[in-house]
Design a protein around this ligand. Sequence first.
Ligand code: XMP
Length: 513
Amino acid sequence: MQNEKVLVLDFGGQYNQLIARRVRECHVYCEVKSYKTTMEEIRAFDPVGIIFTGGPNSVYEEGSPQVSPEIFTMGVPILGICYGCQLMAHSLGGRVTAAQDDTAREYGKTETFYDTDCRLFRGLPARGISWMSHGDYMEKVPEGFQLVAHSAACPNVAICDESRGFYGVQYHPEVNHTEHGRDMIRNFLYEVCHVKGDWTMGDFMRTSIDQIREKVGDGKVLLALSGGVDSSVAAALIAEAVGNQLTCVFVDHGLMRLDEGDEVESAFKKWDINFIRVNAEDLFMEKLAGVTEPEEKRKIIGEQFIRVFEAESRKIGKVDYLAQGTIYPDVIESGLGDAATIKSHHNVGGLPDYVDFKEIIEPLRLLFKDEVRQLGRELHLPEYLVSRQPFPGPGLAIRCIGEITKDKLDILRQADFIFREEVHNAGLEPIMSQYFAALTNMRSVGVMGDGRSYDYAVALRSVQTSDFMTAEWVRIPYEVLEKVSSRIVNEVTGVNRVLYDITAKPPSTIEFE
Ligand code: XMP
């Protein structure tokens, strides 16, 4: 089945992924493509609506990103956001200039008044806060356009030509700060583009399964399973499609959380696939013995991981496809156009060089993280796998300060389990992006019963973040901290002190090493 599609044309703004997510939250499939996409490609994509994103440039500058005037003659509705709005105005005969300090330059939360007769604002309050971030000003709006929103500083916060389905907003409806911003995007889709909303995860799953079957034929697929959400969901999807033609290699480096290796293994039991769990704990422990320097630890783990995977894949022989759990933010961040390049992404660093295969398949490359989780649920993966928080590749090694020993890891595993259990009991997961225990390398004096103890201090870490680049520590209620602390010192031998990390990132990082 062919889904209705919206094209998000990317002019390099910082919220472009968010726009795409908002559209998909409205059950409409969309893709983000560079503003350099040709008219031929745009026609072939066959969108029911187009959204121009924001961007860092000024439309009147030489060399600023532009679109072909033909895009306005396709008969397809267009919503321009910020730069996209100014570009629409500029392209259709309006005039955009740099705002003078005392006129219409606006940043941040701004009280805005909307004309609710306009389809974009239909059914919504006539005033609300919008999030502005523009230094340019539409001095003259194009012929045929009306002004449909204003603020104290700016008479033309939103413009439209309803007859052609063209809408432009100076603010960012996609960010949470804009009240009813999501509803405005929904109105554009449902009231203007007249979509039915046919993007469902069940459909995506069925289509993907058919596509994987067709592509793979009777070939062999190899996947490195880490137990994280992305590789688990990719594995489940491919398992559903081609069953025992798939081999999953799960390298258990002994640095997993309590019972995690068994959980991953049992989740995949129901499929008739070749599931290879390599118990490489002894090897990793041996290589890590005596190593205390954090970067050195990471390097050793990365290298050994590849060695083990390579050895296993040699036993399997030539495979046709290497599968990876690359997801859409990785694809977007790898760069769609000049302006959007943030970082290049390597999903499984180095692996393809070591394995003999014909082609890579990435069945999740068009999904956002929350969609990947939804797909995992459609595939009946257990909830603890689907909703799990991010867990770093080097595992507990970077949460166990100093030399790693099996004893220290066991202490850490138990303390971490108690912390996670109590977070769950208190229902605090939704406010935490990541939470775990770390074993400091500090031992200190305590008193247990009538005796003196000299044991480890466990540190708890819980952060809230949207991008993992910056993070706030979570204000966990004292009662919960008290319960966790008391359970850890009572239940975990070798620990007599529990600390809570109240440092933001920066200056700290989320992990301890
Ligand atoms: P930091 O400690 O840099 O962590 O603030 C930011 C996010 O990245 C995760 N992280 C890793 N993930 N391999 C991974 O797959 C790694 O080596 C690694 N190091 C950090 C960390 O858990 C947090 O979510």
